[in-house]
Design a protein around this ligand. Structure first.
Ligand SMILES: [Zn+2]
Length: 260
């Protein structure tokens, strides 16, 4: 039995730490990152979620009569989920669901780099290139766009037109991929990034399940995802993909470890 109490009492002081999570679809923020988003909010971290698509190609469509109506519904559901997770800055961009691999890299990365330069996160979370436990291609591509953006946001020679008195280059400290020990049942083979950080989210397992259920149009998926979330329990696992600090990785229990 683990002792969960200590980690849950960590609270950061000024200056405020910031964490940005880059996802593909409304509901990704809850299922894969929700426990950490809410746990870090409780510790005084300012959080942001940037979701690349409004989920207009979803198989489950509620009462939506067309893609525009579904996008509008899912934007509202995303806002409700982010309210439960107490995300400070929740943004849905307008790229086409199911089509991220067709988008011009430079265009998407330009937009994400600007978000990183404006919000100035210390830590960035996203999907690994395998695409998470579903292996959804949009998750893979969102992770690739986020990874390039993480690295380019700090370089003065990338998109210098964004750099003004108010917006300067920004190099976040760490990039993490969400990872898992097991795919959902009946999926194509998935090779996960090794776990290097495990966040104990405690009671926020229930919070993230509630946030997932704010996505009413996705009701047919609730049972599948709830059972996977409960199987993984109160732990959310990540892989450290980049760090300002050189050297070998060691197992972490805090995504802000080593950042001052
Ligand atoms: Zn998704």
């Amino acid at each position: 039995m683990r002792n969960f109490g200590e980690a849950l009492h960590i609270r950061y002081n000024q200056p405020m730490f910031r964490m940005m999570c880059i996802t593909a679809h409304p509901d990704d923020e809850a299922g894969w990152f929700g426990g950490s988003l809410r746990t870090y909010h409780d510790r005084g971290v300012e959080t942001s979620v940037i979701c690349l698509t409004p989920g207009q190609a979803g198989s489950y469509r509620g009462n939506a009569r067309n893609d525009q109506e579904l996008a509008a519904l899912r934007r509202r559901e995303f806002a409700a989920s982010c309210e439960i997770l107490k995300v400070s800055r929740a943004v849905v961009l307008d790229y086409p669901d199911g089509q991220l691999y067709r988008q011009e890299l430079n265009r998407v990365v330009y937009e994400l780099v600007l978000h990183i330069r404006q919000f100035r996160p210390h830590v960035v979370l996203t999907f690994g290139p395998e695409g998470g436990v579903t292996g959804h291609p949009d998750h893979s591509i969102a992770g690739i766009f986020a990874t390039v953006s993480f690295h380019w946001a700090g370089r003065n020679n990338r998109y210098p037109d964004q750099l003004t008195n108010r917006t300067t280059a920004h190099l976040p400290h760490k990039l993490y991929f969400a990872t898992s020990d097991q795919a959902l049942p009946n999926r194509q083979p998935l090779t996960f990034s090794p776990e290097s950080a495990c966040i104990e989210v405690g009671e926020h397992l229930e919070t993230k399940i509630s946030a997932f259920k704010a996505h009413l149009t996705q009701k047919p998926l609730w049972d599948l995802f709830e059972s996977d979330m409960r199987r993984r329990g109160t732990r959310e696992t990540f892989h450290l993909a980049a760090s300002l600090k050189p050297g070998s990785t060691k197992q972490e229990s805090d995504l802000f470890e080593g950042i001052s």
